[in-house]
Unconditional design. Structure first.
Length: 131
């Protein structure tokens, strides 16, 4: 059985640009999940990534689509939105959805954002923990 891990935007962006997280995405031991909101957030960075890397936007979009991610819709974790908002909303409203998904799935959250570390309701893992 695969371990479910919820993935925040920064490991996804790292994988797209060839960072250390790329190898983790293709391990057979994990089932990686994220929210539609997070994927939308990552897509907003595609022009910036393209400009900095010199790689065409289409190629970056293709790399994103090839990542083995199960993408959840908001209605799949909506019951945990209020709890997540209480826990992280005062720090970063953009992180409510990914935290709600982690709470709903009772799965670790893979992020490199430090502001999640004080939240006891989820286990936070960093890229260095998974390498």
């Amino acid at each position: 059985m695969k371990l479910i891990i919820v993935v925040d935007a920064n490991p996804i962006i790292s994988a797209i640009i060839g960072g250390a997280s790329r190898e983790i995405f293709f391990r057979k031991t994990f089932m990686l999940a994220t929210s539609e909101f997070t994927v939308t957030e990552v897509r907003r960075f595609v022009p910036y990534i393209s400009e900095k890397s010199g790689v065409r936007k289409e190629e970056i979009g293709k790399a994103l689509s090839l990542l083995p991610l199960k993408i959840y819709k908001k209605e799949d974790y909506e019951v945990k939105i209020k709890e997540a908002e209480k826990l992280i909303g005062h720090v970063d409203k953009k992180d409510i959805d990914i935290l709600a998904l982690s709470l709903k799935l009772s799965a670790p959250l893979w992020t490199n954002d430090r502001h999640f570390s004080g939240i006891k309701e989820v286990t936070v893992v960093r890229t260095k923990d998974l390498i």
